[in-house]
Design a protein around this ligand. Structure first.
Ligand SMILES: *[C@@H]1O[C@H](CO)[C@@H](O)[C@H](O)[C@H]1NC(C)=O
Ligand SMILES: *[C@@H]1O[C@H](CO)[C@@H](O)[C@H](O)[C@H]1NC(C)=O
Ligand SMILES: *[C@@H]1O[C@H](CO)[C@@H](O)[C@H](O)[C@H]1NC(C)=O
Ligand SMILES: *[C@@H]1O[C@H](CO)[C@@H](O)[C@H](O)[C@H]1NC(C)=O
Ligand SMILES: *[C@@H]1O[C@H](CO)[C@@H](O)[C@H](O)[C@H]1NC(C)=O
Ligand SMILES: *[C@@H]1O[C@H](CO)[C@@H](O)[C@H](O)[C@H]1NC(C)=O
Length: 461
């Protein structure tokens, strides 16, 4: 009895506490005619205001200034004609995230952002800025995210982002940047994209950014990374694909101990030397579309955490012992190389391999009959010259052996095919005989989805 009184009392107290807790206050949209020509979307935390195709900033000022008790969660100004942001452009407006996009913006005055002291995100993209509007930053002490993507910016001066002490994300994608001064990027940065610019070199601009976690340099003309990555001890993701890197100095990655994802695809690498050895935490590596001809025995030494390796589109003629350290690899892509043979001995280290793509090489024979590749489920062999194969891959669910040189095969060649679901056999020069017909009947009985089976006449009874 006593217990239940206590319980009831507790329940009432808890209820009272819950009721008394202030209800969350969301930004509320005003009546549409009040903010015309802008419009408001009310979706609780996602509420915000859009001004599309507006002819001048004064119009926006008149409809939104002094109108709200809470900051506008986001304000999108799109496809408008705003050639410049004059001093006090956002007076009497409090905004958390401001986007000005596709609006012909060319010039930002020194005091343009006065009043936006709480701004957390600023996006000025698909505009016509030729330089970083450095002098305008000073009120933006709380800005965390800045995008100046898709403008016409040519260079980044040493002082470009001074006055942004909280900046964590900086996106400069799609400009024409060819020059960057050393020391231009704030030490607070965690995310930096310089993708799709005109950079020939980094000029010491990204080294020693102690908080940087993601760096995107894809689609530039960078030829060397030597000495440029020092001190990036927190970097997790680095994309430098689509550049013109030929060589990797042996100690360029020594500080990148946190790196998990590295994309060096679409460069001009002929070798990786032993540069990758410090990357003990790397899980994803792409070297696709380079000029690699050989892999050394120690190229991937210490990459024991690696799960996905993309070597597609190179000139590799052999694998040899290069993969022997990759005991955690799950996916290996070797499509579009020049492999003529591939022996079981070259792959047997890959105990965890699930997906193997060997399509578009020059393989004639493939024997994968040992026990060590027991996890393999998907095997792609399209576009080789395979005349015969034999596998014992108990878990294989998908096999593509289309466009090879197969005249016949027997279902024993597939080993235990209980798990097989998809088999692509298109484009082979089949020779029909009873044996082949039986093989297909057996596959059909196992409910394998066969594509491109030869049309053979029914065997005479
Ligand atoms: C801001 O609001 C004040 C009154 O609250 C007004 O005097 C001032 O003109 C406004 N400024 C602009 C630029 O609209
Ligand atoms: C490299 O930095 C120096 C000094 O900051 C600068 O004068 C030069 O223009 C920069 N060069 C490039 C290619 O970024
Ligand atoms: C490497 O990975 C391990 C396991 O995920 C983690 O504990 C360790 O902190 C990582 N090392 C670095 C330098 O990030
Ligand atoms: C690679 O691993 C070996 C031994 O496992 C170690 O001696 C060597 O220092 C490592 N190399 C790098 C660059 O971390
Ligand atoms: C291998 O890489 C190529 C691109 O080079 C891609 O088209 C293909 O889908 C990849 N294979 C697998 C199994 O992911
Ligand atoms: C494949 O091998 C043939 C000779 O068997 C050769 O003529 C051809 O150039 C090779 N193709 C590639 C892509 O290596």
């Amino acid at each position: 009895m006593e217990m239940s009184k206590v319980t009831i009392f507790l329940l009432i107290t808890v209820n009272w506490l819950i009721e008394a807790r202030p209800k969350p206050i969301y930004f509320e949209c005003p009546a549409p005619e009040v903010i015309d020509p802008c419009s408001c979307r009310e979706e609780n935390v996602f509420s915000g205001i859009q001004c599309e195709g507006v002819q001048s900033l004064n119009t926006i000022q008149r409809s939104l200034g002094n109108r709200f008790s809470l900051p506008i969660p986001w304000l999108h100004i799109t496809n408008s004609n705003i050639l410049d942001l004059p001093p006090g452009a956002f007076y009497n407006m409090s905004v958390s995230r401001l986007f000005i996009s596709g609006s012909n913006l060319r010039y930002v005055a020194e005091d343009a952002f006065v009043g936006l002291e709480n701004l957390a995100m600023l996006v000025l993209q698909y505009d016509r800025l030729f330089c970083v509007p450095t002098t305008a930053w000073s009120p933006l002490g709380r800005l965390k995210t800045l995008s100046l993507a898709s403008n016409f910016i040519l260079r980044v001066e040493r002082s470009a982002f001074k006055g942004l002490p909280a900046l964590e994300t900086l996106i400069l994608t799609g400009n024409r940047i060819s020059h960057i001064d050393k020391g231009a990027f704030p030490l607070t940065l965690k995310f930096l994209s310089l993708a799709s610019n005109h950079l020939l070199k980094l000029n010491g601009s990204v080294e020693n950014l102690p908080n940087l976690e993601r760096l995107f340099l894809t689609d530039n003309d960078i030829s060397s990374l030597d000495g440029e990555l020092d001190g990036l001890t927190r970097l997790k993701m680095f994309d430098v694909s689509q550049n013109v890197i030929k060589m990797l100095g042996s100690d360029i990655f020594v500080d990148l101990l946190s790196l998990t994802n590295l994309d060096l695809g679409d460069n001009k690498l002929e070798s990786v030397g032993d540069s990758l050895q410090p990357l003990t935490n790397l899980t994803h590596l792409s070297l696709s579309n380079n000029y690699l001809t050989v892999l050394l025995e120690n190229s991937f030494r210490n990459l024991t955490a690696l799960q996905v390796l993309d070597l597609s589109g190179n000139r590799l003629t052999a694998i040899d012992l290069s993969l022997r350290h990759l005991s955690n690899l799950r996916k290996l892509n070797l499509t579009r190389n020049r492999l003529v043979t591939l022996k079981y001995l070259e792959l047997k280290w890959l105990h965890g391999l699930r997906v193997l793509d060997l399509s578009h090489n020059n393989l004639t024979v493939l024997e994968l009959t040992g026990q060590d590749l027991g996890m393999l489920t998907v095997l792609k062999l399209a576009g080789n010259k395979i005349k015969s194969f034999s596998f014992s891959l108990d878990r294989m669910t998908e096999l593509d052996i289309s466009f090879n040189d197969l005249k016949t095969f027997s279902s024993q060649d597939l080993g235990n095919k209980l798990g097989l679901r998809v088999l692509n056999l298109e484009g082979n020069p089949w020779t029909c005989n009873d044996h082949l017909t039986d093989t297909f009947r057996e596959l059909t009985n196992h409910e394998v989805h066969v594509r491109g089976a030869p049309v053979c006449p029914l065997p005479a009874n």
